[in-house]
Design a protein around this ligand. Structure first.
Ligand SMILES: [Zn+2]
Length: 688
């Protein structure tokens, strides 16, 4: 049943669970998995119909499995089970994507409603003893090792879902799953729909911001300039605006998004997940959710968080001193740095100590060139090519479609929805569309991001921040994982199907190429002169990026500790704000800011629940994976292809630790990460 859960990752939040849809057909062959038959734009009615038809088809396969009288075999039981999962996946992914990105509100709502139907179906079958017994009695004596592993893992998942509980307990579990699905949707919608804004009355308040940004924020008829809480506004203001008041005001509204609505939702989520975990025989939800991860237990997760936090102490202190020194230039008596000052001050330090102005690199990152460069680079490394697919009926004019080819082999198809618009998912994520099954259907996935749009300017130029380029590479790492890994025979191990705490590693590793001179020289060319980015500038970029990694890592451990502690306690012992304030002071260099409620827009508290630590865990492994590229050359195609084979193409066919060992020739270790964290450059004085 992980089939459905695996599509998470920063990666999309997936709707889970509610009532049955009528099983009428939508006038198309619902079992035609060819690319030509893939529907890509949906009216609300068509999406509802398709969801119903997929679930009806899934039910048909389930009936087929349960009707078998002869001895159970792979062919008469596991194959239809796999077919059933293909339909559940199609319904689930379409609903998940369109509820997040479709411009038409009715379609977004149809996606949410469909997501509930899918979850309900999953909840129902995951508690079906008949289905469990059917899978458990397949004769696997002649089957290969992978097929054996797939069945064993599925049976584990059934048991974790509660299939072996009594009927009354199973009924309550199903009810809880459905309520949690609804709460998860409320949670995400409350965040997505709550864009707040501030106004400033003169352009003086924008001093320090890039000229093109200011030009795009002309005063309205009332003379006021509006700044909102979406990333394209929020990130540059927090980094560049010289006016402290503007930054503080924006920070305050940003960190109150979805408050108070989501405080209430979160309380209910904690209650219901606690009850669910207890019914399933676990201490609490953190105990339940870490059980099938690489990390194994909440105790290990606490230990990991504290281990990483301890590694940051020296770097944090050094960085804090540097920020304070920068602040004292305008505020001589300053003794601390506020959370809303850190981005701006860090930027000042980068400018002064490393002579690095992040705006100086933006001309090298014009969006169309970055996208083309990403294709060029990954094409060379992995031996593939990208071809744009024209003439498809997509859900918005900004969306493009692409085929990935390896020689004559069609690896998969993907869609890019990369620019912001109203009511669209506001973060960056890779959404699945179809998980691949070898011989039956090609993998398809969608990247959803919010980068500057070339169509917003007269000359088609849209300059990106380097951090946005990094995000692009990161999400593209998920996409490649989904496509390369999508050629397995069995759905449960196809695509991004490794343990959850490994899924970020391939993406985090791909970020490394955004800091490599040779990689950047492929595409980072000045949009006016065509000159490649100078190596000295990349050197400064790397030094500047390095600055703050101790504090950022420590702050990430605050997030991880918050996520873990909310779920590793009895709900009645959790005071949402007291715990937040306490953990922030314990782990983060920046104390809680009075009057803010960051937790209500911390989307991962639902999707990742207790396991936000996974980002850092994956980072540790990503650094380890990259160490082989560092030794053999980041653009070395042999290394990249060995990685593609050993890690990406394997999907979930082996435990992640074994995939990593296959690629590195040894078990994974913390060494590369520790080395990186301790290599904090001396920021005690100017570097020249
Ligand atoms: Zn990610």
């Amino acid at each position: 049943m992980k089939t459905v859960l695996k599509t998470l990752a920063c990666l999309a939040p997936l709707a889970l669970s509610a009532c049955h849809a009528p099983g009428h057909r939508a006038g198309v062959d619902i079992g035609d998995w060819s690319l030509a038959a893939t529907p890509l734009d949906r009216s609300a009615a068509a999406l509802r119909a398709a969801t119903g038809a997929h679930l009806a088809a899934a039910q048909g396969h389930l009936d087929q499995i349960l009707a078998v009288q002869a001895p159970r075999t792979v062919d008469n039981t596991l194959v239809p089970y796999n077919d059933m999962l293909m339909h559940i996946d199609a319904a689930s992914q379409e609903c998940g994507l369109f509820s997040a990105v479709h411009p038409d509100e009715a379609t977004r709502e149809a996606g949410e409603a469909g997501g509930q139907d899918v979850s309900s179906f999953i909840s129902e079958i995951s508690l079906s003893r008949e289905l469990y017994d059917a899978l458990a009695s397949i004769d696997l004596s002649q089957a290969d090792a992978l097929t054996n592993r797939v069945v064993a893992n599925e049976l584990d998942d059934f048991r974790r879902a509660g299939v072996n509980k009594d009927e009354q307990t199973r009924a309550r579990i199903k009810e809880l799953n459905e309520e949690l699905t609804r709460l998860g949707q409320d949670w995400s919608r409350n965040i997505a729909e709550d864009t707040r804004s501030i106004t400033v009355d003169s352009v003086a308040a924008l001093q320090g911001l890039p000229e093109d940004w200011i030009a795009n924020h002309a005063p309205g008829d009332d003379g006021l300039i509006t700044i909102n809480t979406t990333y394209p506004d929020y990130v540059p203001v927090m980094r560049y605006a010289d006016d402290a008041e503007t930054r503080e005001r924006l920070y305050l509204v940003y960190n109150n998004r979805a408050f108070p609505q989501n405080a209430e939702v979160l309380r209910e989520v904690l209650d219901k997940r606690y009850e669910l975990a207890r019914l399933l025989g676990f201490e609490n939800y953190a105990d339940y959710v870490t059980d099938d991860k690489m990390i194994g237990s909440p105790e290990n997760a606490h230990e990991f968080i504290d281990r990483i936090a301890a590694l940051t102490v020296v770097a944090v202190e050094r960085e804090r001193e540097a920020l304070l020194e920068a602040k004292r230039r305008s505020d001589p008596g300053a003794s601390n740095v506020a959370d809303w000052e850190k981005g701006y001050l860090a930027n000042k330090v980068r400018e002064e100590r490393f002579d690095f102005d992040p705006q100086s690199v933006r001309p090298y990152f014009n969006f169309p060139a970055v996208q083309a460069g990403l294709f060029e680079l990954t094409g060379r490394m992995f031996g593939v090519r990208y071809e744009q697919v024209e003439g498809l009926d997509l859900w918005h004019e900004d969306v493009t479609a692409w085929d990935l080819w390896d020689g004559d082999d069609h690896v998969g198809r993907f869609y890019l929805d990369l620019h912001p618009r109203e009511n669209k998912y506001q973060h960056a994520a890779c959404f699945g569309y179809r998980d691949g099954v070898e011989g039956k259907r090609l993998p398809q996935a969608t990247l959803v991001c919010n980068f500057p749009n070339p169509r917003d300017s007269d000359d088609g130029v849209a300059l990106m921040e380097h951090s946005q380029v990094t995000t692009f590479f990161h999400e593209f790492g998920h996409l490649l994982h989904a496509l390369f890994g999508g050629h397995q025979e069995w759905m449960p191990v196809s695509g991004i199907a490794t343990e959850w705490d490994f899924v970020e590693a391939p993406s985090q590793m791909l970020e490394e190429w955004c800091f490599d001179v040779d990689a950047l020289s492929v595409f980072a060319h000045d949009y006016e002169t065509g000159e490649p980015i100078p190596p000295e500038l990349v050197g400064k970029l790397r030094l500047a990026d390095d600055f703050g990694k101790g504090s950022n890592t420590a702050h990430q451990m605050f997030y991880a500790a918050l996520s873990l502690n909310y779920y590793d306690n009895r709900p009645e012992d959790v005071d949402l704000m007291a715990m937040l304030t306490d953990l922030q002071s314990r782990y983060s260099p920046y104390p809680h800011v009075e009057g803010t409620h960051f937790n209500t827009s911390f989307g991962h508290l639902y999707g990742y629940s207790a396991i936000y630590y996974t980002y850092m865990w994956s980072q540790v492994i990503a650094k380890d994976l990259y160490s082989r590229f560092e030794a053999e050359g980041p653009l070395n195609p042999d290394t990249a292809r060995s990685y593609r084979r050993a890690v990406l193409e394997a999907g979930g066919s082996l435990p992640a630790a074994e995939l990593v060992e296959e690629f590195l020739g040894r078990p994974y270790s913390f060494e590369a990460f520790e080395r990186w964290l301790n290599e904090t450059p001396d920021v005690g004085g100017p570097t020249s």
